[in-house]
Each structure stands twice: as structure tokens, then as C-alpha cells.
Design a protein around this ligand. Sequence first.
Ligand SMILES: Cc1cc2nc3c(=O)[nH]c(=O)nc-3n(C[C@H](O)[C@H](O)[C@H](O)COP(=O)(O)OP(=O)(O)OC[C@H]3O[C@@H](n4cnc5c(N)ncnc54)[C@H](O)[C@@H]3O)c2cc1C
Length: 377
Amino acid sequence: MGARETDLGGLLREVRDFAAGPLRDWGAEVERTGTVPVWMWRELGRRGYLRLCAPTSLGGRGLPLPDYLPLLEEFSTGHGSLRMIIHVVNGVWRPILTYGSGEQAESLIRPLLAGESAIAFALTEPGSGTGADIRTSARREGDVYVLHGEKHLITFGDIADHSLVIARLEGTTGATGTLALLVARDAPGLRLDPMPESMGLRGSDHARMYFEGCRVPVADRIGAEGQGLDVALHGFLYPSRISVGMSCVGLGRRALELAVARARERVTFGRPIGERQMIQALLAEAATDVEAARQLVLWAARRWEASPPAVAESAMAKLFALEALQRVTDRCLQVWGGIGYFRGQEIERIYRDARAQRFEEGTAEVQKATIARSLLG
Ligand SMILES: Cc1cc2nc3c(=O)[nH]c(=O)nc-3n(C[C@H](O)[C@H](O)[C@H](O)COP(=O)(O)OP(=O)(O)OC[C@H]3O[C@@H](n4cnc5c(N)ncnc54)[C@H](O)[C@@H]3O)c2cc1C
């Protein structure tokens, strides 16, 4: 279905029903078992939820960011690991289409959108800063690059068919000399190690990647030598930060729904706690944060769509939304009282999942530095 043919209202109703129904049950299963079964990934693909943004020429629905985000808000009311799949797949095609060849786009993006293959995004390193400071090196030898270095915290790193690895040409420093390579999971010289279980996002796979003379065909480079950070930032991270902002809105909204329900039901000293002004203030502040974050994120999405890369706008949206989410989940857990702190309560899981947003695709500190740079030049 093409963007213009898509009945957006109908799609939003469909996704809302899915998120409030099957997705919540799937989330409970993921939380219980600690894994996301392959069938869930495939089913998201079968339902078309992994091809919402990609262009129609490659089998996507071609939704612009402002039309996609209300759908992502609904998905984000569910489990963090399932939201992560939808968020990553609906964005990771972008750097391949923008910077890769037509052949790379055809062969990689179609199976990705169908949920039949996965691509991880690998930038972060244990021994350097995230961005122009990366150290993983690539030396060209004929028609291959030979890689040395290490990445960690890479979502889907150990299960994805390919990783989009941001490295640098041996001997270079700073932003120049960076390059982006699609590295197959079975590339010679690549060793993968699963990360320990994380605080939240239970069921999400994260990996350490060791490049020990790893050989990658030059034909698998995305973009030109020197464009690695452009591929990462312009291709993926700038629009993705806006999507992470909406992920915060959806998760915060679900926390608020649970807190409102609890405030109505829980009776102390003869009255529902929702009748106490102090509880009402917590709810009112949380609701205001959710709405303010939603509007800022949608504004950034419109700005990005009209004139990308909207660097400062995407950073502002992510910064406000992730900090709002921390306030919202803290207040909503407070409304729940002590029982909300225990495993098995949805609010407890949301509180843990929310904390990951302060790291995903750039910390609050990095967003502030980006905004300040746009102010000061
Ligand atoms: C659940 C999860 C999933 C992730 N998935 C991926 C993934 O798929 N791919 C990927 O590449 N990465 C991934 N990451 C990594 C994530 O992007 C980084 O954790 C994040 O960018 C911060 O980098 P760091 O961990 O190296 O922190 P550090 O760089 O060690 O930073 C530590 C602290 O110092 C601050 N800081 C660092 N440098 C500066 C500076 N110059 N100025 C001011 N403050 C600074 C940071 O904001 C932070 O508060 C994931 C992380 C998590 C938690």
C-alpha cells in the first residue's frame, strides 16, 4: 500500500487494537521467558509493521515521519524489546537507501522489511567516545578491508544477519576517514559475544563484537570512504532520535494510564487515593509532560521532513522526551505505592525499560552538547 493510498485513521485504529491486545500478551510472554521468539519478529513483518516508513518502491508503505510517529506511540505502550524491533527496522533501511547502491538497497532492504532478516547498527565502543572518537580500524587490502577493534552494547548484534559497522581508515583521527561497512555475522575474523542481561528491555539481544583481522569486501561499504559518520548521523541517528522521543511518549502514556487506574481503585483511609490533591498533582504533572513531549516530537518530525537533518530539533525532541519520561515513570510508580516496585507489575517493568532511553542513540548530555553547538556555532 502506498503512502497516499494508506488510510491513516484506519491504520492507527488497527495498530491501537493490536497494541492494546496481542502486543501486550506478547510482551508479558517476553518478560516471563526472557526471549523474543522468532515468530514474533516474523509476525510483525507479516502484519506490515516493519515496513511502515520505507519507500513503496522497495515494498514499504512510505509513511512520512509525522504520519508514522502516532503509530510508534501505540507500539511503544507495549514491551520495550518489541518496540525496539519496530523502531530499529523502520529506520535502519534509511542509511542503506541514502548512501548505498541500488543493488545494496534491493538485496538488503526487502528481506529486512518482511521480517526475514535483521540489520544491527554498530557504533559504540568500550574504549572510546561514541562518534568521531571511534577507534575500530579498517585497512584496505585489494578488494577487502581488514578490521581490528571492538564494539559493544550492539542491539541484535549477535542475531542480525548483518551489522552496519562504523569504523575508520587506519591512521586517521576525528570525523575524517570514517567509513560504514556492512559486516555479515559469519564474516571471517568476527567474534560475537552476547552481553549479560540488562536492567530492562528483557529479551532484547545485545552483543560485543570483536574484529580480529575481520575481512569485509570493499563492495559491502555503504557510501564513500570518509562518509562513515554521515551514514551514522544523517542516515540513521538524526531521524531516529525523533523516533526515540516518540517511544518515550508511548511508554510514558502507558505509565500514566496505569497510574490513573490505580488512583481510582486504591482506597486508603476510606477514600480512593485519586481524591487526594497530592496524588492528583502527580497525575497532572505526568499528563502535562507526556503531552508536551508528544507535541515537541511531532514538531521536530515536521521540521525534519521539511528540511533534514534538523539536527538541533531532533536533539531537543529526544532530550525533552527522555527526561520527561523519567519524571513520568517516577511519579506513576509513586502513585502505585510499594506493590508497584515488585516484579510482575507492569509499572515496574516500564520503570526499568524507561531508564534505557537515557542511553539509546545518544545520551541527554550528548543532546545538550548538540543543541548548544547549534546555538554557539
Ligand atoms: C539498551 C542499550 C542498547 C544500545 N544499543 C546500541 C546499538 O544498537 N548500537 C550502538 O552503537 N550502541 C548502542 N548502545 C550504546 C549507546 O548508544 C551508548 O550507551 C550511548 O551512546 C552512551 O555512550 P557510552 O555508553 O559509551 O557512554 P560514555 O561515553 O562512557 O559516557 C558516560 C557518561 O559521560 C557522558 N559523556 C560522554 N562523553 C561526553 C562529552 N563529550 N561531554 C559530556 N558528557 C559526556 C555521557 O553522556 C554519559 O553520561 C546501546 C545502549 C543501551 C543501554
